[in-house]
Design a protein around this ligand. Structure first.
Ligand SMILES: NC(=O)c1ccc[n+]([C@@H]2O[C@H](COP(=O)([O-])OP(=O)(O)OC[C@H]3O[C@@H](n4cnc5c(N)ncnc54)[C@H](OP(=O)(O)O)[C@@H]3O)[C@@H](O)[C@H]2O)c1
Length: 222
């Protein structure tokens, strides 16, 4: 990354927001947790700064975060992401890169399955709500949140990044490069999210079959 980037999280107070914010903050980025409640975001930021031993994460409302961040990760429940982007549309500054990490997952009868989407993927469903001048990229869908949150774990995996705009994909690849042990891979158009979201379900299935918790992907031959 050229300069220290402000990385924001829409709904950054959950487990995915924790994992990503800790990894980025530990790697030198400035991080802003967004929430519907400024107090909740500030409390989470204080908790994560304690883990990091340095005050590099701030907490504020989702709206305030959007006016400060250069790149915004959508770390909301998958059902809420599209409506939230619609509702906050006018607050998202042109030039912002939105990074969708959502995976439409259903747990039923002890099994995990992909919840089929009419648009092909949740990323493509969210894209319908993105305002003009803002780019949407799908990334980090296949890396478990708890693995990200445990800073003692060497990631040693790929982050697969898809989106309409190559320039936006490259911005997210540059951001990912600051995290040790993570190799960004350009996965092409946004429709690749159909593959990536299903890969996440596959990883969860592998976790269960092999009785492990951190299955993730590394592509060889690149
Ligand atoms: N867990 C994993 O390993 C993993 C891996 C890859 C991708 N993901 C994806 O990461 C995303 C986030 O997962 P998570 O487990 O962190 O989610 P979560 O804890 O259920 O929710 C994250 C945050 O979203 C906000 N939120 C919840 N309901 C909302 C609503 N109705 N409207 C607006 N904001 C709402 C809440 O923040 P406030 O109350 O502070 O506003 C909450 O803390 C999911 O889409 C998931 O598919 C997860």
């Amino acid at each position: 990354m050229e300069a220290i980037m402000q990385i924001g999280f829409l709904g950054g107070t959950g487990v995915e927001g924790k994992g990503l914010s800790l990894r980025f903050a530990a790697s030198g980025a400035e991080v802003i947790l967004g929430s519907r409640s400024a107090e909740k975001a500030q409390a989470k930021a204080a908790e994560y700064n304690q883990i990091l031993g340095k005050p590099v994460i701030r907490g504020m409302t989702n709206e305030a975060m959007l006016s400060a961040a250069d790149m915004v990760f959508i770390t909301l429940p998958f059902t809420e992401a599209g409506p939230a982007i619609s509702g906050l549309g006018a607050r998202i500054r042109p030039g912002t890169v939105l990074v969708d990490v959502t995976v439409p997952t259903r747990f039923a009868d002890g099994r995990v399955e992909y919840l089929e989407q009419p648009d092909g993927s949740n990323a493509e469903a969210i894209a319908k709500h993105v305002p003009p001048g803002v780019e949407l990229v799908g990334a980090f869908k296949t890396i478990p949140a708890h693995v990200l949150a445990d800073l003692d774990v060497v990631l040693d995996c790929d982050v697969l990044i898809c989106g309409v705009s190559k320039a936006a994909r490259e911005k997210v690849m540059d951001a990912a490069r600051i995290i040790p042990g993570l190799r960004p891979v350009d996965a092409g158009p946004l429709s690749t999210a159909r593959v990536l979201e299903r890969m996440t379900i596959f990883a969860i299935q592998l976790n269960r079959r092999y009785k492990v918790k951190g299955a993730r992907f590394r592509i060889v031959g690149l």
